[in-house]
Structures are given as structure tokens and as C-alpha cells.
Design a protein around this ligand. Structure first.
Ligand code: NAD
Length: 352
């Protein structure tokens, strides 16, 4: 099955290991790569950070699209080596991580396990295999932390993380840099900005708000201390998928251990955002319109548990490097999300 899934169906196709393939972004990227003829093998540990049945449903969707997922952890070096032997990956799309900023208060070690130790294990394997793959991985807009200069550009300061999650993503950027610098691995870090859409993550606000609104339960909307509304540069999943694939296609070759001899391998960082932030209450208004139900809103001052007041991406670098151009506004994207949500959870589809 791994061999079949890794098969490349296009002359210039890639063989890609997608970690976190049962996740939100990973499942979309895997299907898009497979559809265009690349070989794809997924890896995911199916942890219970959120509803495992949603991850299993994504796995079924992947299997309908001829993508095979291996159940395993990125810390399992033997498994990774075996997968590389079988599938001879040319690229790694590394999306497995412990996501979410608030959960770090409950389970800090899960962030160290996946975002630090797991990343290093994966990079060790990429460094040691006979043909080193180009690595593209998900960093996060959260690295901009409490930076107040907007829009955020890649060269802006990232030394004020507001959560342990952000700190591990920032550490990931430093760790990947050393593997590029010392071992000649081609590295691209993508700073995603609040990705949303069908098959999304139940722990994210737009998703949990939809659930509560439909169940008639109240929703909690955070505000900054000065009562200013929080704003996010919500980015639709299809745009992020295009950005991921564009960055894979332009990621260049690793140069091998002691890369200096064969010229430096690329080390790149890109924002993948939407460039048009929307406040959380405005996002809720769009959900209400789509669901045709009024939300019961509680406004609460942000408790300082890892959230930042606003995010806003400058995407000039990604546009120049691979023509990244987000095409879906929040109104349109939420409509697609709500349509998926109602159908997936068996609500009356006539509502839309
Ligand atoms: P997700 O939680 O849906 O996907 C991550 C997947 O990785 C999950 O299926 C999980 O089971 C798997 N995983 C976690 N730890 C693992 C491990 N040790 N070994 C193997 N599998 C493991 O999250 P997502 O929203 O799809 O995010 C994908 C990536 O993008 C993550 O790195 C995340 O930090 C990053 N990111 C996401 C957003 C967003 O808005 N969705 C924003 C910024 C950054």
C-alpha cells in the first residue's frame, strides 16, 4: 500500500512524505498533491487532542483519493527510515505538530514532544538518507507574538512569543536553520495565518462557535484589555494548499552533508496569509448570517493565555517566489465551511 501510494503518476512528479496527513491542512495538501500526479505517503499518530473520529474520516477521504496513511509518530526514527527506504521521498511536507495556543497551559510537554523532539528526529532522518529531500514545514504567524507593527513581514522581530506554542514554532525556525546551515538541507518554513475551511479543526474559534450557535449555547468572544476587538487574517484552506504546493515546487535541492562544497541549499521563510484581517465579532456575524441563527455572545477580556490581539500578513515574498495569491474572502470561505459542517454533522442542508 505504501509503495502504491508513493507511486508518481507524472513525469516530473515528486514523492512526498506528508506528516500530519490526518490533520486539517495535511489532508487537503495530500489530496491536492495526489490529484496532480505526485506520489504521497501520509504519516499521523491520530492523537486525541481533538475528535479522533474526524481524523479517521479524513483518513477515509484520503484513501478514496488513493493516499495511504501510516499510523505512527514522527519521533519513531526506525519507522521514518523504513518509509524513506520504501518511498524514496524527494520532498517532505511537515505538518505534524501540537497545534493550539491555549492547550499549552494543560499539556506543555505535548508541544515539546511533537514540535521540538519530533522535528529534530525528522530532520535527523532527512539529513542521513542517501538522497536528502527538500523540507517544507509549517511554522506559524504566532511567531510575531506581541509585535505591534502590521502587516507582519518575514524580517520583522519574532522575539516576543505570547504562548509556548509560538515559542516552539520559533524554536523550529532556529532548529531548521541549523540543519540547513550545517547539513545542507533545503528548508522552507511557512507561517500560516489562521487557516479555516471544510474539514477544519474543532478547537478553532470559527468551528467551535458554529457548533455552539447551532446548539443554542453561548460563545465567548475575547477582547483586548483596552476593549478593542481581536482581529485575525483568516486564510482559506485552498489558498494555503496552493501556497504549500507552490513552495514545494520551488524548494530546490538539498546539497547534502557539508553542503558548502556543492553550494548552499535554500533556507526560506514565507508568510501564507490573506492580507485582510477581520475582527472576531465580524466573523461571528458572517457565521450567524450563514447559519440563519443568532449567537448568544459573551464578551470577555483576553485572559493572557496565549492569544495575540491581531494578525496581518504581508505576502509579497510568497507572491514573488511562487505566485501566491489568496483568492477566497472570509465571507465566501465561511459559506463553504458552513455548508460542509451542516452536511458532515447531518444537519438539514436546506438551511443554506
Ligand atoms: P491538525 O492538528 O489538524 O494537524 C496536525 C496533525 O498532526 C494531527 O492530525 C495530529 O494527529 C498529527 N500529529 C501531531 N503530533 C504528531 C506526532 N508527534 N507524530 C505524528 N503525527 C502527529 O493541525 P492543522 O491545523 O492541520 O495544522 C497543520 C500545521 O500547521 C501544524 O504544524 C500547525 O502548527 C500549523 N499551523 C496551523 C494553523 C491553522 O490555522 N490551522 C496556523 C498556523 C500554523
Amino acid at each position: 500500500q505504501i509503495f502504491e501510494s508513493a507511486k508518481i503518476r507524472r513525469t516530473h512528479g515528486m514523492s512526498v512524505l506528508v506528516t500530519g496527513a490526518a490533520g486539517f491542512v495535511g489532508s487537503h495538501v495530500s489530496i491536492a498533491l495526489k490529484k496532480r500526479g505526485d506520489g504521497v505517503v501520509g504519516l499521523d499518530n491520530f492523537n486525541d487532542y481533538y475528535d479522533v473520529s474526524l481524523k479517521k474520516a479524513r483518513k477515509n477521504l484520503l484513501s478514496e483519493n488513493s493516499v495511504f496513511i501510516v499510523e505512527g509518530d514522527i519521533n519513531d526514527m526506525k519507522l521514518l527510515v523504513r518509509l524513506f527506504e520504501i518511498a524514496k521521498f524527494t520532498h517532505v511536507m511537515h505538518l505534524a505538530a501540537q497545534a493550539g495556543v491555549r492547550y499549552a497551559m494543560e499539556n506543555p510537554n505535548s508541544y515539546i514532544h511533537s514540535n521540538i523532539a519530533g522535528l529534530v528526529t525528522l530532520l535527523e532522518v532527512c539529513k542521513n538518507v542517501p538522497i536528502q529531500p527538500a523540507v517544507v514545514w509549517a511554522s506559524s504567524s504566532s511567531v510575531y507574538g506581541l509585535n505591534e507593527k502590521v502587516p507582519f513581514s518575514e524580517s520583522d522581530r519574532t522575539d516576543q512569543p505570547a504562548s509556548l506554542y509560538a515559542a516552539t514554532k520559533k524554536a523550529g525556525e532556529e532548529i531548521t536553520h541549523t540543519y540547513n546551515h550545517i547539513y545542507g538541507l533545503s528548508i522552507t518554513g511557512l507561517r500560516f495565518f489562521t487557516v479555516y475551511g471544510p474539514w477544519g479543526r474543532p478547537d478553532m474559534a470559527y468551528f467551535s462557535f458554529t457548533r455552539n450557535i447551532l446548539q443554542g449555547k453561548p460563545i465567548t468572544i475575547y477582547r483586548a484589555k483596552n476593549r478593542v476587538d481581536l482581529a485575525r487574517d483568516f486564510t482559506y484552506i485552498d489558498d494555503v494548499v496552493k501556497g504549500c504546493i507552490g513552495s514545494l515546487d520551488t524548494s530546490g535541492k538539498s546539497t547534502g552533508s557539508g553542503g558548502k562544497k556543492r553550494g548552499p541549499a535554500p533556507y526560506r521563510i514565507f508568510n501564507l496569509g490573506n492580507t485582510s484581517p477581520v475582527t472576531v465579532p465580524m466573523m461571528v456575524g458572517m457565521l450567524e448570517k450563514n447559519l440563519k441563527v443568532k449567537a448568544k455572545k459573551n464578551f470577555v477580556v483576553m485572559p493572557g493565555n496565549g492569544d495575540v490581539p491581531f494578525t496581518h500578513a504581508n505576502i509579497t515574498s510568497a507572491r514573488k517566489a511562487f505566485g501566491y495569491k489568496p483568492a477566497t474572502d472570509l465571507q465566501t470561505g465561511l459559506k463553504k465551511f458552513v455548508r460542509w459542517y451542516l452536511s458532515y454533522y447531518g444537519y438539514n442542508q436546506g438551511k443554506l
